[in-house]
Design a protein around this ligand. Structure first.
Ligand code: SF4
Length: 469
């Protein structure tokens, strides 16, 4: 049985002490921060911790980069051209730093964990003073203190096994929150950089997850999304004494918790226990984001996904039998090395067969350091582009089909926002199964639950009317 390591309370207390000491200097000066986040929900969650620290240190949030005293980019290395775009963003801040030398510019996130990137960045951009990776957020006050003392630093340790509990958080969203249940990934899909930059898989203790949820719900949040690179392998290393389905049951009884979502799921680990949990627990939402990546077995093997097309389809079928109103969303990569026309057609036929509510589609692009980047039979850019466009056309048709079945549907919607640009104010929010609906209403209903009936659909969304507030 594996035992996870935790950052010690002494170490955390020391960081809190530094934060408090810094706040005595920073707060009276009225200094501000601006954090720009790229990438996935993991990064959004990390930024909440960094912003939490910055608030403890005495900063307040600025409206924009230009007016901020501390500017931080939280980077992502999963998508194409991210590094180039980031370099452009940082380069553009040189003028600002020249005009106001006291401004601190920092860069953090997964991209900084990539071999050599942090050092390269400090060398290329003398106006950047702080660079850190994903595993050292608990040391933010001491890193910032060093920078405030005039040094430039890069901290990208791989504390693979250590979990830090009790870090501060600043959450903007008053109705929904992301809650990490695990960190890192052990799967090594051949195209993916995440296991190299976020380290080995480790699960949080169930009681820590629940404590965080209780505190969120007591602050008014009623929808949580349990986060992990592969939530279905929660506790598989034996470190927590429970698996993902048990965790769903364990946290579901928090009074006031109306919706539980989770992402992402890995098809190789989504088992019947999880299917039963989704079907039986009333506040678990009927939506699964289940990345398929390809519909061809040979390509799935080359991707090291460790499931087959047949296995994937059987999960979809079993979930639909157990939970008839469930919706699936997915991620798909086209143009993976070695993808023949026939293999691509297998992906197209799977998309037709499943009828995803939505799909996030990508043309394969090599990530340095991954196995797939070294594969010989790379696909040409024009072919990738043409396949991506064919897939997107098909998915657009499937989205319209999927939307049409909702005409007349009545269900509970959590109001997420409003669009006040047109003549009538349109509110929008999601049904539990992740379908978004737009309807006329008063912005006072923001963050509340209302009942909405779907009256019309358009290409991408549902339109409805509120029948109960
Ligand atoms: S499961 Fe695969 S795609 Fe997802 S983070 Fe892990 S290695 Fe990357």
């Amino acid at each position: 049985m594996k035992t996870n390591q935790f950052i010690s309370q002494n170490e955390l207390d020391e960081q809190k002490r530094i934060a408090l000491a810094l706040s005595k200097e920073i707060e009276p000066r009225g200094l501000t921060f601006f954090v720009e986040t790229f990438g996935c929900q993991m990064n959004v969650r990390d930024s909440e911790t960094i912003k939490g620290w910055l608030c403890e240190i005495g900063y307040t949030e600025a409206e924009d980069k230009e007016s901020a005293d501390f500017i931080l980019f939280n980077t992502c290395c999963v998508r194409d051209h991210a590094e180039k775009r980031l370099m452009g963003n940082i380069g553009a801040l040189k003028e600002l730093k020249d005009a106001r030398p006291s401004t601190i510019i920092g860069v953090c996130g997964c991209m900084m964990q990539q071999e050599g990137v942090a050092k390269k960045l400090l060398k290329r951009f003398p106006h950047v003073s702080l660079v850190f990776g994903t595993n050292v957020l608990h040391r933010f006050p001491s890193m910032l203190q060093t920078v405030l003392n005039g040094e430039r630093i890069a901290v990208t340790d791989r504390a693979d096994d250590a979990i830090a509990e009790g870090l501060p958080k600043m959450r903007d969203n008053l109705r929904s929150a992301f809650v990490n249940i695990m960190y890192g990934c052990d799967n090594y899909c051949s195209y993916c950089i995440v296991p190299y930059v976020r380290g080995r898989e480790r699960s949080r203790r169930p009681e820590d997850v629940k404590r965080e949820i209780v505190s969120l719900v007591s602050s008014g949040i009623s929808e949580i999304t349990l986060l992990g690179q592969n939530v279905n392998s929660y506790g598989n290393d034996g470190s927590t004494g429970m698996h993902f389905a048990d965790l769903l049951r364990y946290v579901s009884d928090v009074p006031g918790l109306r919706r539980i979502r989770f992402m992402s799921s890995h098809p190789k680990d989504l088992n019947d226990d999880v299917i039963r949990a989704i079907a039986e627990i009333p506040n678990v939402c009927h939506h699964v984001h289940l990345p398929v990546q390809s519909g061809n077995n040979e390509i799935l093997k080359r991707m090291n996904r460790r499931y087959t097309r047949e296995h994937y389809l059987s999960i979809v079928q079993r979930l639909r039998e157990a939970v008839p109103d469930i919706e699936f969303t997915t991620d798909i990569i086209v143009g993976f090395p070695g993808e023949t026309e026939e293999a691509f057609n297998d992906t197209m036929s799977l998309v037709k067969e499943v009828g995803f509510a939505a799909a996030f589609t990508f043309a394969y692009s090599p990530r340095q350091g991954t196995v797939a980047a070294r594969m010989e039979d790379q696909i040409s850019e024009p072919v990738k582009k043409q396949r991506l466009s064919a897939l997107n056309t098909l998915q657009a048709e499937k989205t319209v089909e999927n939307n049409e079945k909702y005409i007349g549907h009545v269900g509970e919607v959590l109001v997420e926002g409003c669009d006040c640009r047109g003549e009538a104010t349109m509110l929008y929010g999601k049904y539990p199964n992740f379908k978004m609906v737009y309807f006329p209403g008063d912005p006072i209903l923001l963050n509340r639950y209302v009942t909405v009936k779907v009256t019309k659909t358009n290409k991408n969304s549902l339109l409805g009317e509120m029948i109960h507030a």
